[in-house]
Design a protein around this ligand. Structure first.
Ligand code: HEC
Ligand code: HEC
Ligand code: HEC
Ligand code: HEC
Ligand code: HEC
Length: 170
């Protein structure tokens, strides 16, 4: 009887530890698909209503690995006169005047050991929406594709692009 109780307790303890470790692993690896940004920048207004081209702000997408974030001077071209009384624009203006860049929270980020370049994909004729969804319709950017290996490789298979390990693992 005593032995059985000890065995049950041991199994219970083991099970609990496994659950705890699994839970912590999950929390550690999960990242918010639509994180709040330091300034609530709405793509719906800028890329949607105003139809500013994506590459006007993400100027390096067809030239470099990173698409890039716009300098605040791009924003101030309009916001030194537009909507200046709004709280979010006041924040923006303070950053600009104090020369403090805004620390935007990354929505899409690969681990450091992966090689990816926007340039090659844009030159191959892929639209931003193929990988990022309808950003112009998003008030806050939401990740629509998890950047797992299967996602990259399945498109490479369909498009006949390289699937050599060394293509993405340098
Ligand atoms: C083939 C898929 C694909 C296409 C097409 C694509 N992106 Fe990306 N984008 C990614 C991936 C993957 C990342 C994460 C890159 C990293 O962490 O190095 C990313 C990251 C970004 C980022 C944040 C980091 C950075 O590079 O500045 C921005 C902004 C961005 N993309 C904008 C765009 C825009 C604008 C277009 C269209 C002109 C576009 N992307 C087209 C896959 C794509
Ligand atoms: C071509 C002009 C233009 C550029 C460039 C521009 N904006 Fe805007 N922005 C607007 C207009 C127009 C509105 C809508 C104002 C309204 O609702 O009356 C707006 C609205 C906003 C709002 C919402 C304000 C609110 O609370 O309603 C934010 C935040 C914002 N812009 C931030 C930015 C940031 C950050 C940049 C640079 C990355 C930027 N804008 C670049 C024209 C521009
Ligand atoms: C007026 C400037 C402006 C325009 C136009 C614009 N963006 Fe952005 N974009 C930003 C800013 C500022 C951020 C960082 C804040 C945020 O995530 O909302 C951003 C963030 C992003 C991100 C998330 C980057 C990350 O952290 O991984 C993607 C993807 C993106 N934009 C794609 C697009 C696409 C696609 C278009 C065209 C449909 C577009 N953007 C048009 C200014 C702009
Ligand atoms: C929607 C389709 C699509 C997705 C998703 C995609 N790719 Fe690609 N990728 C392509 C195409 C098409 C090419 C070939 C471009 C060319 O021929 O120049 C390519 C080329 C590349 C190259 C250059 C290959 C070379 O020979 O040098 C790298 C590196 C790469 N992709 C990495 C990635 C990574 C990493 C991911 C995932 C995070 C990814 N790609 C997701 C379509 C895609
Ligand atoms: C088109 C791009 C691409 C190609 C080709 C590719 N990988 Fe990957 N691989 C990735 C990406 C992106 C990740 C990161 C996925 C994540 O974090 O979930 C990854 C992750 C991995 C991991 C997990 C690493 C870790 O520590 O989490 C292994 C192992 C791996 N790849 C092996 C391979 C092997 C072996 C090949 C060749 C048969 C290969 N990959 C080809 C894009 C690619």
């Amino acid at each position: 009887m005593k032995k059985t109780l000890v065995a049950i307790a041991a199994i219970g303890y083991f099970g609990l530890s496994v659950l705890l470790v699994a839970g912590l692993w999950y929390l550690w690896h999960r990242t918010d698909p639509a994180p709040a940004q330091p300034i609530a920048f709405p793509h719906t207004v800028h890329a949607g209503q105003l139809q500013i081209p994506c590459t006007h702000c993400h100027a390096y997408a067809d030239r470099a690995r990173s698409a890039g974030a716009p300098p605040l001077s791009t924003c101030m071209g309009c916001h030194s006169t537009i909507a200046t009384e709004r709280e979010e624009i006041r924040k923006l203006t303070r950053h600009y005047e104090e020369k403090r860049p805004v620390q935007w929270v990354r929505v899409y980020a690969l681990p450091d050991f992966i090689y990816f370049s926007h340039k090659r994909h844009i030159k191959a004729g892929l639209a931003c929406a193929t990988c990022h969804g309808d950003v112009a319709g998003m008030k806050r950017v939401r990740r629509v594709n998890e950047l797992v290996m299967g996602w990259c490789v399945s498109c490479h298979r369909v498009r006949g692009a390289s699937r050599d390990c060394a293509t993405c693992h340098k």
